[in-house]
Ligand binder design. Structure first.
Ligand code: TXA
Ligand code: MG
Length: 315
């Protein structure tokens, strides 16, 4: 059920008794539960139908919580990143202490941490004495939700807190500190990798590496619409039909009623914000049978958006 801020006291009580709630974050909506209790974690995996080998991100209320949950000292580059981007759409992976149950990290000795910026998520965290594990609030493999309705259409959760449309609309950027002296880019996300590069020289892009366990969640098939999606470079070899949906960016190469522009001005931030809601819209559009998406320039957030579309296409 979709509820408003007024219901936060009930949500807090529900979370305290190992229940789950879908909460807004500035990236996408998350399916939250007590990160320190195996029972809530197992319910998250079950509700999402998520394989147990795909670990969860732990959301903390303050950077000082890392003192409890991450092994000290924290690498200097990690501290630089948290100073600049927390609260916000950055996740860092660090060696974990025993307080974080192994089910959260799928047995890995490392845990992914993030301090979210959304005021309602923060308000809830401040009323709890435990952090919240929260994967995106979608059935495993499906498109991530960027508003409360997206969650309600696809998951049966007792509380879905409406916090408006997500500000960024793409998941957090993940940086791993899992090998001594190295910073690894594990997922392209809301913060363009070029920005992180400036702060952390020598950042290694591991996003297309098949190596386990650094990026267990970078599964090929992901973010997939139920309808077939094709990611294409241009329209030259395609004849778009009335019943095809077309996603473009900036320039509109084809006129038709089912053409959707991620950003008429060619603005990556706007495109990131619109991507998942457009995929939801096209997937539920009765006049569309299949979806074509034109590849974005592979720079800045364009990389994160192309990454989502490439994985959607593999389904
Ligand atoms: O923006 C976000 O990060 C959103 C919001 C709700 O915070 N959360 C999110 O969670 O995207 P999820 O579960 O949909 O994606 C988390 C990714 C997965 O690819 C997972 O494999 C990876 O993070 N991950 C989690 N823990 C990890 C770990 N210990 N080591 C490496 N990768 C990890
Ligand atoms: Mg997800």
């Amino acid at each position: 059920m979709i509820v408003s801020e007024k219901e936060i006291p009930k949500i807090v009580e529900h979370l305290k008794s190992q229940g789950l709630a879908a909460l807004p974050t500035e990236t996408v909506y998350g399916l939250a539960g007590n990160a320190l209790k195996e029972e809530s974690i197992l319910s998250i995996f079950k509700l999402k139908n998520r394989p147990k080998f795909d670990p969860l991100i732990v959301h903390i209320k303050d950077v000082s919580e890392l003192n409890k949950y991450a092994i000290q000292p924290i690498p200097k580059a990690a501290s630089l990143l948290t100073q600049k981007y927390w609260p916000g759409p950055l996740t860092i992976v660090l060696p974990k202490t025993a307080l974080i149950p192994d089910v959260v990290t799928s047995g890995l000795p490392f845990c992914a941490f993030r301090m979210p910026q959304h005021p309602l998520f923060q308000k809830i965290l401040r009323q709890l004495d435990f952090p919240l594990a929260a994967p995106s609030a979608n059935p495993f493999g499906y498109v991530s939700p960027t508003n409360a309705k997206h969650v309600a259409m696809n998951l049966d959760v007792p509380f879905i807190l409406d916090g408006g449309p997500a500000k960024h609309g793409l998941e957090s950027t993940i940086i791993g500190f899992v090998e001594k002296g190295k910073a690894l880019l594990l997922r392209h996300g809301s913060i363009p990798h070029e920005e992180i590069d400036k702060l952390v020289p020598g950042l290694l892009d591991e996003t297309s590496s098949k190596k386990s366990p650094q990026s267990p969640g970078q599964l090929d098939k992901h973010y997939a619409t139920r309808k077939k999606l094709y990611l294409i470079e241009d329209l030259k070899s395609f004849k778009i039909k009335e019943t095809d949906g077309l996603i473009c960016f900036g320039h509109v190469p084809h006129k038709g009623k089912n053409v959707f522009n991620l950003s008429a001005n060619g603005d990556f931030i706007e495109a990131g914000k619109n991507l998942f809601s457009m995929l939801h819209l096209l997937d539920n559009h009765s006049g569309i049978n299949q979806i074509f998406a034109l590849k974005l320039p592979n720079i800045g957030l364009g990389k994160a958006i192309n990454d989502r579309l490439e994985r959607a296409e593999k389904n």
